[in-house]
Write a protein that binds this ligand. Sequence first.
Ligand SMILES: *[C@@H]1O[C@H](CO)[C@@H](O)[C@H](O)[C@H]1NC(C)=O
Ligand SMILES: *[C@@H]1O[C@H](CO)[C@@H](O)[C@H](O)[C@H]1NC(C)=O
Ligand SMILES: *[C@@H]1O[C@H](CO)[C@@H](O)[C@H](O)[C@H]1NC(C)=O
Ligand SMILES: *[C@@H]1O[C@H](CO)[C@@H](O)[C@H](O)[C@H]1NC(C)=O
Ligand SMILES: *[C@@H]1O[C@H](CO)[C@@H](O)[C@H](O)[C@H]1NC(C)=O
Length: 808
Amino acid sequence: MAPHESTPLITTVRVRAPRRRYSHNVLRRFCTVALSSTLIWFLLAFVVSVLLWPHHGHYRHDDDRWSWPGCRGRKVSYEELQRILLDTPTPEKAEEWSKYYTSGAHLAGQNYSQAVWTKEKWEEFGIKSEIVSYDVYLNRPVDHRLALLEKASAKKDSNSDSSTWKVAFEASLTEDVLEEDPTSGLDESIPTFHGYSASGNVTGSLVYVNYGTFQDYEDLIKANVSLEGKVAIARYGGIFRGLKVKRAQELGMVGVILYSDPGDDGEVTEEKGLEAYPKGPARQPSSVQRGSAQFLSVAPGDPTTPGYPSKPGVPRQPVDHATPSIPSVPISYEDALPFLKALNGHGPKAEDFNKYWTRNTGLQYKGVHYNVGPTPDDVVVNLYNEQDYITTPLWDVIGIINGTIPDEVVVVGNHRDAWIAGGAGDPNSGSAVLNEVMRSFGEALKLGWTPLRTIVFASWDGEEYALLGSTEWVEEYLPWLDKANVAYLNVDVGVRGPHFSASAAPLLHNVIYAATAAVPSPNQTVPGQSVFDTWNGHISTMGSGSDFTAFQDYAGVPSIDVGFHAGSDDAVYHYHSNYDSFYWMQKYGDPGFVYHRVMAQVFGLMTAQLADVPVISFRAGDYARDLKGYVRKVEDKLEAALSPTVMDVSALSEEAIVELRASTSSSITSDSSSDIIAFVQSLKRLHKALEELTESATRLDEKAGDLERRAEEDNIPWWKWPSRLHLALQIRKVNTKYKYMERAFLYAKGLDGRSWFKHVVFAPGLWTGYAGAVFPGLTESIDSHDWANAMKWVGIIEECILKAAHGL
Ligand SMILES: *[C@@H]1O[C@H](CO)[C@@H](O)[C@H](O)[C@H]1NC(C)=O
Ligand SMILES: *[C@@H]1O[C@H](CO)[C@@H](O)[C@H](O)[C@H]1NC(C)=O
Ligand SMILES: *[C@@H]1O[C@H](CO)[C@@H](O)[C@H](O)[C@H]1NC(C)=O
Ligand SMILES: *[C@@H]1O[C@H](CO)[C@@H](O)[C@H](O)[C@H]1NC(C)=O
Ligand SMILES: *[C@@H]1O[C@H](CO)[C@@H](O)[C@H](O)[C@H]1NC(C)=O
């Protein structure tokens, strides 16, 4: 889903050596002796309960054993657990789950039986589960129409007689039923529409707005293309679709058509000689990308309850700033052709603009010239969109394995709802993976395993509309998550091709490297290679577009999002289309479901490393290092904004800036130049704070490594229980510091104009949605040349960095 950041910040990859080998004999002997000594046991139990878990003040004896790192009387060692997680998942089971989820419609809040089925499966695996419901506000499609109208030539000069308009083209707004693909012919298949789109019936001339990015619209304004009162036709891609609608609406356009241009399918196109689905890997010409038109970068979740769970009785506020007010419809390129051709010869051409307008124009061979328009007054578009807005329950399924440490929790999730009856890639490849992971943990449970940390598994509902199920859940459990949640692991589209990709908080990078290095790749071009070996090691920053958003950006919980994606030579993935089906997955996406199995192995190992290793597997040093990289990114951006001649802002002297002021750029007035100087100077403070953070992070990581070694060696004799207790206490202390490190970067008042987003380092880009922005407060201030505001953000960020440094 999320396009990758273009500049990898990770250049060197360090894979941690394989983990400990506990000596079982030593372990067993120690445990037996320790347990037989009831006096010591009671004493320790008391001390442990008082000292180790002061917030809870009670000792929990799930399996009547005293638990601590190194000796937990464990029936299943960490090595055995890893083996179970590698051995249990099978392609056959993954295929079975995939088949189930993709056999019927499951829009948000539409299919209770899938929630019940999921809960029952999880309980079968041995994991206690429940269904949690929220009442959310969302839309259901009722009716739509999209037509190209032309004024009949005979009566061209009579202005207002509507009978003179003739329909030149009526868009089908449907996807073809394909004989080979049973999903495409299901009775309950879901119409093509946009989540949270506005109802309306609008008519106007058409303008081609390229991808509909902020910059694309700026280019049009600069070229004096009239937008007001027009209908936009934009191609999908680049940014979150709702933001294309948002900008159109702000510029006075009355409706938006979004289509999928095969030019974005790289080499895999009919033009290049490949057959279209289902005969071949190219895009099915009638395929339509449904999806949400909500303004994801403003706030996810139920738009009537920002910051609160949508429970009965919670006050609702009117929907205003996070959903569109103009109608929009998604269409196929087949349906788009007559509209694009109607633009031929009108207004400038794409090639009159910059390279972003021409790089993927893929329909010339069908007679499209990519003129921008607008179409003349006698060629207009009628866009009619009727949506029914309701408040309806949706159902998260939550499964829990209690750990022995009550206030350290790992949450693992995938969403279940899909835009279509299928959804074999999005999201149910992830659902199949999650089920296999849980079945594997269930196997360990049967052998008597108890994790150190509690694991919460979630099958979210309503992700597609606006990350509803996860956001409402985080909003409900925030006080608990804030105290206890160590990490969140997300898998959305688990598999749509063979290329591993990841985005994550820097604290967690090493967990991804370790897990991928431990799982053999199905690609044995090089014999023996692991998933890690087939991957470039690039981990993107966290943007949005899936359920990690509320965890990472709202609760300050370091998060991971992983999946196997399609490369430029792989079969085209029919995103949010009827053809994201079981048949497509079986035939093109993952024949044999082998990558489903591999994804389950990687996901299981990551979960285990976070939940079951005594010292939390974070790297504070990685965070400090990446933060330095992000500050450099801000400086680069500033340089670009100020002048192409300034090479290095961080080295700029005050005189140089004054000179710069004298020599430059219309957009910088002399009023603001002293602000720029102050801002540039202040960035030095961030570097200084980061030095401090690096120092304390390095110290903490070293300490953690040392404690981990000692816990692994397990060579403190039982009668030296005070030393053991001391070790446990030290581990506890380090873990607590790690746990709260990410929270230091939350700012209670939130980002400018979107206060739901609390994280000062990561947020979805204001105008990208999927892709992550770093230091959004700074980058947005630079974009708007608001230097005073930039200074404000330097202060806030500096405070966060120092808070993190002092907390470590
Ligand atoms: C719910 O999902 C199941 C399994 O995919 C499917 O068989 C059923 O038809 C769906 N129900 C509805 C109401 O769409
Ligand atoms: C939409 O508006 C046009 C007039 O602008 C009207 O002719 C048409 O019937 C309307 N469509 C619907 C479905 O109401
Ligand atoms: C821009 O377009 C308007 C009409 O749409 C026209 O009146 C105006 O002269 C144009 N300006 C330039 C700079 O081309
Ligand atoms: C987990 O622990 C909580 C409270 O300590 C308890 O209410 C719950 O029933 C336990 N769940 C399982 C699955 O054991
Ligand atoms: C398979 O592995 C080889 C060698 O690592 C790599 O070059 C190639 O891109 C991989 N192919 C896929 C589909 O992952």
